[in-house]
Design a protein around this ligand. Sequence first.
Ligand code: AMP
Length: 116
Amino acid sequence: MYNKDNIFAKIITKEIPCDLIFEDEKVIFFHDIRPQAKIHILGIPKAEVINLSDFVQTCGQDEVYYFFQKIYEVLRKFNLQKTGYRLITNEGVNSNQEVPHFHVHILGGEKLGSLN
Ligand code: AMP
């Protein structure tokens, strides 16, 4: 069950400010407040969905496609499609997802640590 009190819902409604990168009626991208890399962007569809599973099951393919198109546009804005980046989303107890509104982390701007 989606909880409208989460911090990203409040960013969407402008109750809380953010360091905005791009916004339209469907999506919003802003800088993470505790960056884990030189560039750490959060990308969010505005639909009230908790995680990737919820997004894919609740929203139509046009909306899912649109979100990934916008991710690609943001990657280009920061030249990350050239320099490299990492895309992360957390879901479920094993992931320690902190904010229960679906979001992707885009990390880059420097050499990232290996995952293995
Ligand atoms: P997750 O664990 O995937 O839910 O990640 C939540 C992310 O949201 C963390 O990286 C936080 O640093 C970030 N975060 C929390 N509050 C804010 C905020 N007000 N503005 C920007 N980023 C935030």
